[in-house]
Design a protein around this ligand. Sequence first.
Ligand code: HEM
Ligand code: HEM
Length: 192
Amino acid sequence: MSLRSNDRQWGSVAKTFHWIIALAILGNGTFGLLMDEASSPMQKINWLALHKSIGLTVLALFLLRVLWRLGDRRPPEEPAPRWQQLAAHLTHGVLYLLIAAIPLSGWWFNSVTGKPLQWFKLFNVPALAAKNDDLTHFAQGLHEYLFWFLILVLVAHVGAALKHHVFDRDNVLRRMLPFSRPHNDSTPRGNS
Ligand code: HEM
Ligand code: HEM
């Protein structure tokens, strides 16, 4: 498998970005929701610090992924009605926005609460905004609801991937899976 994407499948770099970010964002969101289960205030502080560091890492991976994607090509689209291709583009665009917006909203939330921020205890990260008690409630809600919105969009995204695999029997899912090889018998159409 080559590093770059080609006519038949996504390259290993694009696949690695896709699956690491998918796992990290879903894992970190679940972690965020379970934070109140901490057995002591000290454990909660440690969990929160880990949650924030993982989240900032997702933001950095997002930037690297976008840079890579700008220089990479994408495999040609499988034949599908025009509206489905448009819906896929829209969904992918929204997913990219959410990968950035969720950690950014967490960073903003942390800033308006006036709490310090570090990346894995290695270095300090500056605040995005000044402390502002009037905004903390809104910022927390925004951070949480963006995550729930991601889950909603993901239902459509995963549903579409499974529809391609099970009903259309094309290569859309196979060519994004880590160790899978696409079939030969599909006729690619167009490119974007
Ligand atoms: C992968 C990225 C991230 C995801 C998916 C995510 C998701 C979540 C979720 C679902 C919650 C629970 C919301 C609630 O119960 O109020 C949460 C809480 C929180 N997140 Fe994030 N977050 C991410 C990144 C960040 C970052 C980068 C920061 C700060 C720099 C951050 C700061 C916080 C804080 C302070 C809380 C509140 C925890 C509490 O007080 O219970 N998050 N996050
Ligand atoms: C939070 C989790 C996920 C996020 C944020 C996400 C995001 C994305 C994005 C942004 C793309 C567009 C890639 C590009 O054009 O550069 C994409 C493609 C893709 N994703 Fe996901 N994804 C997630 C989870 C999943 C899961 C669980 C599956 C499978 C069941 C999946 C299957 C696919 C497939 C097959 C493609 C390629 C579509 C094509 O070739 O046109 N994704 N994903």
